[in-house]
Ligand binder design. Structure first.
Ligand SMILES: [Zn+2]
Length: 127
């Protein structure tokens, strides 16, 4: 069942569409999206930064779920700037799909919004 996160179109989101050029149909077409959300090296740098700056624990080895979690955060930082721990921001379906395709879960089961809000680096949930 689609969650709130997964049921919006990126072009309907004003914050997201502000990042898109007039001929861009989907935010996932942008090179910046690929750099910020799909590049494993970049996401590992972000993980190290989150560990140092935010004091979040980093588990080894790095799993695809952790990559997805950091990719969602990277997306929200890119689109919305600073995002408080408990503030919810919508992540369009195309973005979730693209990140899941790049960093898939072996059994194909995803936690939807919980995956975005609380991740493996929070230490509270084991999704
Ligand atoms: Zn889109």
């Amino acid at each position: 069942m689609p969650t709130f996160v997964e049921s919006t179109c990126c072009s309907e989101n004003t914050a997201v569409s502000a990042k898109m050029k007039h001929d861009t149909r989907c935010v996932t077409e942008l090179q910046t999206f690929n750099n910020a959300c799909l590049d494993a090296d970049m996401l590992e740098i972000l993980m190290a930064s989150m560990k140092e700056v935010l004091g979040e624990s980093l588990r080894d080895p790095i799993t695809n779920r952790m990559y997805r979690y950091v990719a969602y955060r990277s997306f929200t930082w890119w689109i919305y700037g600073k995002l408080g721990r408990r503030r919810r921001k919508v992540i369009p379906a195309c973005v979730v799909t693209s990140i899941r395709k790049r960093f898939p879960e072996k059994d194909g089961c995803y936690e939807g919004y919980h995956e975005v809000l609380g991740g493996p680096m929070d230490g509270h949930e084991d999704l």
